[in-house]
Design a protein around this ligand. Structure first.
Ligand code: HMG
Length: 390
């Protein structure tokens, strides 16, 4: 059991203050709203203003850190595929904005939506050998496919911040894990564009293929079966994709087990339905949603976690809910946070989508407009982004 005594101590998310209703987007695109609401499984899509990037969203998500946490953090690991710089890590900016003690490592990791899971395991390995110290993992992304593209309904933006520690309050992370890499061109983003390129149908097949591979390997190596899991969380590029994954895992399960897993899945998809794809943070947003929204979970329950990043890397691992896991979550605050966002029209969403920072060295000064933007992009000058806290 000593191996299991590290995990997630605290966790929270941030999403931009603006969203578009998927039924309105469907109407504007001449699509049956049921396609987006049921076929894709999304109700709202977060829209980031120009004042929010992966740094500010990550810092906003990690705003829960206490001074004691900041003094104990030895590593800031940011998983992202929406990097703002080819050289300087977003983790360095986040480290500075949050005021984390200076003798820390700050690094950015990349492999599509998977990299936060790599960061989680790297961070836990560090905590296992330094049990008095902590690691901050931030998953922060803006999912951009482009206006009027087939991927448009699967966009979103947001961040999840996870504090790793020994004897964690929320969940222990089981070191047993099954992972794989397979070089596939299902989704990618060359350096010269800020919009993802995707072979949509191939991406669905690859997500499912990798899930089957790592799930089989996990079961063979651990001896665990679906009956050992109370719930399973999925990477949710859109919620219907996770449901398709769950259906694969449930093949052959009893009706009672299927009903129970479906109920937990519905709890885990609530926040993603209202935010959209947050790429690296998506799996962890579904975990927060599960812990907030599910009824009947108890300490000691095992939660399956399927992480998938296009390209592709996937992993299946599990968490054990800690004794105090309920005290660590705040359903009312999370729901209030989502409710205080402002609904915008499709025209405004399109304007925000096209409103980007200058790339020619010219200056722009910005002020945060939405109250949720504790940290925001204050402007750009000489090709340098400037950040502020209000
Ligand atoms: P599409 O071609 O617009 O949609 O693209 P479709 O025709 O396949 O329809 C989607 C679903 O809506 C289908 O359901 C339809 O039947 C249903 P399904 O058969 O799949 O169960 N539908 C309706 N339902 C009710 N009423 C209606 C109706 N009409 C249709 N009237 C696609 C969809 C997801 C391919 C596209 O949006 C896309 O390319 N998105 C981006 C890629 C993506 O999200 N892939 C997911 C797996 S890869 C992954 O997860 C990694 C990723 O996060 C990136 C990373 O790792 O960094 C993306």
């Amino acid at each position: 059991m000593q191996n299991l005594a590290v995990g997630i101590d605290k966790m929270d998310f941030y999403a931009p203050g603006y969203f578009v209703d998927m039924a309105n987007l469907a109407q504007a695109r001449g699509v049956d709203p049921k396609k987006f609401n049921e076929g894709i499984g999304q109700d709202q899509m977060a829209v980031p203003p120009i004042t929010q990037d992966i740094v500010t969203m990550g810092a906003n998500a990690a705003d829960f850190l206490t001074e004691e946490d900041k003094a104990a953090i030895d590593m800031v690991l940011v998983g992202t595929e929406s990097g703002i710089d080819q050289s300087k890590s977003s983790a360095v900016y986040i480290h500075h904005l949050l005021g984390i003690q200076p003798f820390a490592r700050s690094v950015e990791l990349k492999e599509a939506c998977y990299s936060a899971t790599a960061a989680l395991h790297l961070g836990l390995d560090y905590v296992r050998t330094h049990p008095e110290r902590k690691v901050l993992v931030v998953a922060s992304d803006i999912a951009r496919y482009g206006l009027e593209t087939s991927g448009e309904a699967t966009q979103g933006a947001g961040a999840v911040a996870i504090l790793l520690a020994a004897n964690p309050r929320l969940a222990l992370v089981d070191p047993d894990s099954a992972f794989m890499t397979e070089d596939v061109m299902d989704f990618w983003r060359p350096n010269y564009t800020d919009k993802a390129m995707v072979d949509g149908k191939l991406s669905l097949r690859q997500y499912t293929h990798v899930l089957e591979q790592v799930w089989d390997k996990y079961q063979a190596e651990t001896g665990l079966t679906l009956d050992d899991f109370e719930a399973v969380c999925f990477h949710l590029p859109y919620t219907k994709m996770g449901l398709k994954g769950l259906r694969r895992l449930m093949k052959g399960a009893s009706d009672e087990k299927k009903d129970s897993l479906r109920t937990y899945f519905e709890a885990s998809e609530q926040y993603s339905r209202r935010i959209g794809n947050v790429y690296t943070g998506s799996l962890y947003l579904s975990l927060i949603s599960l812990l907030d929204q599910a009824e009947g979970l108890k300490a000691g329950d095992r939660i399956g976690m399927y992480s998938y990043g296009s390209g592709s890397v996937g992993e299946f691992f599990s968490l054990i809910l800690a004794d105090d896991f309920q005290a660590g979550q705040d359903k009312a605050a999370h729901e209030a946070f989502l409710d205080q966002r402002e609904e915008i029209s499709v025209d405004r969403y399109e304007a925000l989508f096209n409103d980007v920072l200058p790339t020619d060295g010219s200056e722009l000064t910005l002020t945060a407009e939405h109250p949720s933007e504790t940290y925001y992009v204050q402007g750009i000058a000489d090709h340098q982004r400037h950040y502020a806290k209000r």
